[in-house]
Each structure stands twice: as C-alpha cells, then as structure tokens.
Design a protein around this ligand. Structure first.
Ligand code: ARG
Length: 465
C-alpha cells in the first residue's frame, strides 16, 4: 500500500514555513510553562469532543476507544510527573495532542476535527475557572463560619466605633465583625453570578466561524456540565469578559480583606492594643527584639495590589483587540491564575487567622471612655425631652468642651454639673451616658444592640446552612 500521509515535520504547522523560529521566539510565544496547569481540563474537553464526534459519525468508535485509552495513559503520566512538557510544542493543547498521536497514531490526529485551539483554550479556561470559583465559594463559607463564631462570643463586647479614625460611638465587637460578614456575603453573591457566565461552552466555534462538520454542541455542553453554549462563534473564541469579571470580583473581595487586615494591624498596634494575633501569623524583627509584627495581614493588604493589577492587565489586554482570536489572549492566563491562587491562599489563611484573634475587652473599654463616645446619646436624650436636634447638638458640644478642660468623660459629671448645660437633664441621663445604655438603645434591624447582633448572627448561620 502506498503511504498517503504527508511528510512529518517538527512543528504542527511547519509545512507552510521555510525557516524555524529562533529559540528566543520559541520561548516568547510558548505558553506551556504556565498553561500546563489546565492539562486535566484540556483532556476532559478533548474526551467530550471525541465522544461527540463519534456520536455524530464524524470519527469511528475505534478512534474514540484509542483516544480514551491514550488520554488515560497521558493522565497517569501527568499525575506521576512523568509527562515531558516540550517547549517546541508551544502549549498544553499541542503537547497533549502530540503525545496522544505518538501513543495511538491516526486516531490522535483525528481528534482535532471540527475544532481549533481557539475554542479549545477558551473551553479549558472556563472549566478551570469554574473549579476555582467553586473552591473560592467553599473557602468564603469557611471563613464566614469562623467569623460568626467569634462575633457571637463578642456580641456584647463594647468597642469604640470610629469615624475619621477618632472615637465616634460605642459599637460591639461582634457588630463590627458582622460588617465583614456582609461584605463577604456580597462577594460570594458576585462569584456565584460570575460563575453563570463562565459556565457557557465555546467549543464548536472552531477557529472563529464554526465548522462544516455536523457537530452537536449541546451534547458537549451536557457532558462538560456547561449550562448553555456560547451563542456566537466569533464572540465565543475571543471573549475574556468572564475572566475580567472574576478578577473584578476578586479585587473587591481582596479589598474587603485588606480593610480587615488594616484594622487587625491597627487594633494590634501597642497604641490601641485591642487584640493580639496568634504568634503563628506574626514574625519578629531581626534587629528589634521587642517587635511582634503582623506580617500576614500586612501581606494580604499588599497582595490586594497585585490582584488589582491583574484586573487592570486583563482590561488592558482586551481593549484593543479586533475580533476574533488574537495571540494577545494567551496573556490572559498568568494574571488569572495568579488572582485565583492569591485569593485561595488568602482565604485559607484568613479562615484560620480569624480564630487566632485574642480580644482584649479592657483596652477597648478604656479607649471608649476617652472619646466622649456617648455624646450623641446625650443629644438624643434631650431631643426625646423636646429640644430640637440642632440645639441639643450645641448643648452637648459645650458639655464636651467642659469635659475636655477638666480631663473627664461625660458620665463623670455630677447631675448638678450636667444641669448647668440644660435643665432638661435628669437623673435618668446616666442610663444613656453609659456604654451599655448606648449600645442597648440601638435596637433596630442593622443596629449594634447586642440583641440585634445576636439576631443578625442567627440569620447569617441560617443562610450558611
Ligand atoms: N496557547 C494559546 C492561548 O493560550 C492557544 C490558542 C492558540 N491559537 C492560535 N491561533 N495561535 O491562547
């Protein structure tokens, strides 16, 4: 029999080319060093494609059996670290296809029928990102559970609430922590929403225009767990909006954790001394023996910058690209992977760190007694006795000035002294001038009264279960 196969070349597309690329260009264009982490997704996608080609009579059952056997072997080789990744084969897709063909011959060469690396890579990224989102959602829940536990322990613990970093009004530490529950709850909602748009199938779009082979995209979508197929082939191969949305959701999550980090750092500074962090999240100084530095929260704050950077990278990557696929798109992976890695590590470490917070209620209370934290309560007290709020505000401002001059806090004044500011003030004023009275009076949905905080925690727990 005469051999009808074309002469073998070293590169997939070499027949068209008269000179090899330089080593520098090879290294510059290759993505295999970083996209090999999508190998399992690439194999899953290829198997679904091959099964569809077989069901549609485009390749034979014999080919499918060989492709499946070859892919099983390749999976083993990858898992055992024996797979040889080759820069000459450029990326994860060509590396696996080349190995498959070496293992099973023509069946391997038939796999790429009706497909392009353009729809293949878009499918792989979506499969990879879907798994990353699921992992992140699980980790957010783990973080939230631990946050709820400590919030519950401190539903009554008074903390100075700050505005402009100055003592403003008393809140409870539990209420303060629950603010972060709300932030991360919105983060989880955003990831779940992004997931819906990630979970659409590009495969079947081929290079950009679809294929003349009688493919069944719905079958592939079902096999891979995609909710729907991307509706336009040009859009499907070139869209990276889903990756940008993921990075945007991640920037927001990191921004929230960065704010919490900033608070942990401030609270832990000897000036405030509201909390201590477990030693395993801190380091010492190589020169100053007295130091215990909050390295982990500082790094979370710092890593937020690189996640924001990735978001800007991807937005910039996409803004100048005409339809459809351009090689620029290969640059999507490193920022995307780095973002997912950073978010996953940060959440894992935070879930643990939050349980290692040692709260110092005495220091919180001491700070509260220095900041006239119940001044607004005094104003509200007089409003309830009929004084217009603006006038009450003025009376309290005078009382605070007098307190400042005499180095005391408002509850330290005698009734007689207080009555000098307003005849509306009676003995019952001390109920609102105390921190406990102030906290208990904010007893409405979203307020800091301990009963409200406990109710918020109960609602949060019900949502998580
Ligand atoms: N490694 C490429 C990427 O990550 C795969 C797609 C290549 N397609 C192409 N037409 N060169 O984007």
């Amino acid at each position: 029999m005469t051999d009808t196969s074309p002469p073998q070349s070293t590169k997939t597309w070499s027949a068209r080319f008269s000179e090899p690329v330089s080593d520098l260009v090879k290294r510059f264009t290759a993505s295999v060093l970083f996209d090999q982490r999508m190998a399992h997704q690439d194999i899953r996608g290829s198997l679904a494609h091959a099964r569809m080609l077989t069901a549609q009579g485009i390749i034979e059952a014999r080919d499918l059996a060989e492709i499946e056997a070859g892919m099983a072997r390749i999976t083993d080789e990858i898992e055992q670290g024996k797979f040889v990744w080759d820069l000459d084969a450029e990326d994860v897709h060509l590396n696996i296809e080349k190995r498959l063909t070496a293992l099973v011959g023509d069946a391997g060469k038939r796999l790429h029928t009706g497909r392009s690396r353009n729809d293949q890579v878009a499918t792989d990224i979506r499969l990879w990102l879907r798994d990353a989102i699921d992992q992140i959602l699980t980790l957010i829940t783990a973080f939230q559970r631990n946050l709820l536990d400590i919030a519950e322990l401190h539903a009554d613990t008074p903390l100075p609430g700050f505005t402009h970093l100055q003592v403003a009004q008393p809140v409870t530490f539990g209420h303060h922590l629950m603010a972060y529950f709300e932030m991360t709850r919105r983060d989880a909602e955003r990831y779940a929403d992004v997931r819906r748009r990630v979970n659409r199938l590009p495969l079947g779009s081929a290079a950009l225009a679809g294929t003349s082979h009688p493919i069944d995209r719905e079958m592939v979508a079902r096999e891979l767990g995609f909710e729907e197929v991307c509706a336009n082939s040009l859009d499907a191969v070139s869209d990276r909006g889903f990756a940008i949305e993921f990075c945007a959701a991640s920037s927001l999550l990191m921004m929230h954790l960065s704010r919490l980090s900033e608070e942990l750092i401030l609270w832990m500074s000897p000036r405030m001394g509201f909390i201590d962090l477990a030693d395993r999240f801190c380091t010492g100084s190589s020169i100053m023996p007295q130091k215990k530095n909050p390295d982990v929260p500082e790094l979370v704050r710092g890593k937020t910058g690189r996640v924001n950077g990735s978001l800007v990278s991807l937005l910039t990557l996409m803004k100048g690209q005409p339809l459809a696929y351009n090689k620029d798109n290969q640059e999507d992976k490193e920022p995307l992977f780095d973002t997912a890695d950073t978010v996953i590590d940060t959440l894992r470490i935070y879930a643990d760190m939050i349980t290692g917070i040692k709260v110092k209620p005495e220091a919180m209370l001491a700070a509260l007694s220095q900041g006239y934290a119940t001044a607004t309560d005094l104003a509200d007290y007089m409003v309830k006795k009929g004084l217009p709020f603006r006038d009450a505000h003025e009376v309290v401002a005078m009382a605070v000035r007098a307190a400042e001059r005499s180095g005391r806090d408002l509850p330290d004044f005698s009734l007689e002294e207080l009555r000098a500011f307003s005849g509306l003030i009676d003995e019952d004023v001390y109920q609102v001038l105390t921190v406990e009275g102030s906290l208990a009076s904010r007893n409405h949905a979203g307020g800091t009264a301990p009963d409200q905080v406990r109710a918020a925690i109960a609602r949060a727990r019900a949502r998580l279960s």
